[in-house]
Design a protein around this ligand. Structure first.
Ligand code: IDP
Length: 147
């Protein structure tokens, strides 16, 4: 079963959107298999966003993600990586459609509420970076046969 890394960013936590975001993924039929509220170290932030190291907004991005607690999660389900990206909407909330998380709640591109892995390779890398293996739970949901 596919897994992805989803994070409510500091703005989403401050705005009280953890429950809303968890609820959307639960209602869709995905399964929460790992979660923690945590303050991100500079080292972890730089590693997580390593692909953006050369971008002009890298410094601002690291400052932001380390500025307050985030809610880090692992979600599991059929096609969860691509579907979660659809549910989040485009990176810039100005381009994100209503009905998506960023389209409904986001204000600007640096504070866009949520992160989700963009490919199977990123999902694997990010889950390993953020979670110890023993903190990701494997458990059966009987509803799985319906979805
Ligand atoms: P994604 O989060 O939709 O995968 P990426 O292109 O991987 O988007 O960018 C990572 C994060 O960097 C974005 O979520 C956003 O918060 C931030 N970001 C992207 N482009 C800009 C920009 O032009 N200015 C400021 N922040 C940006």
């Amino acid at each position: 079963m596919e897994k992805t890394f989803i994070m409510v960013k500091p703005d989403g936590v401050q705005r009280g959107l953890i429950g809303e975001i968890v609820s959307r993924f639960e209602k869709k039929g995905f399964q929460l298999v790992g979660a923690k509220l945590m303050t991100v170290s500079r080292e972890l932030a730089e590693e997580h966003y390593a692909e953006h190291k050369e971008k002009p907004f890298f410094g601002e991005l690291v400052e932001f993600i380390t500025s307050g607690p985030v809610f880090a999660m692992v979600w599991q389900g059929n096609n969860v990586i691509a579907t979660a990206r659809q549910m989040m909407g485009k990176t810039n909330p100005a381009d994100a459609l209503p009905g998506t998380i960023r389209g409904d709640f986001g204000v600007n591109v640096s504070m866009n509420i949520v992160h989700g892995s963009d490919s199977p390779t990123s999902a694997e890398r990010e889950i390993a970076l953020w979670f110890n293996q023993e903190d990701v739970s494997e458990y059966e949901k009987t509803i799985n046969r319906w979805i």
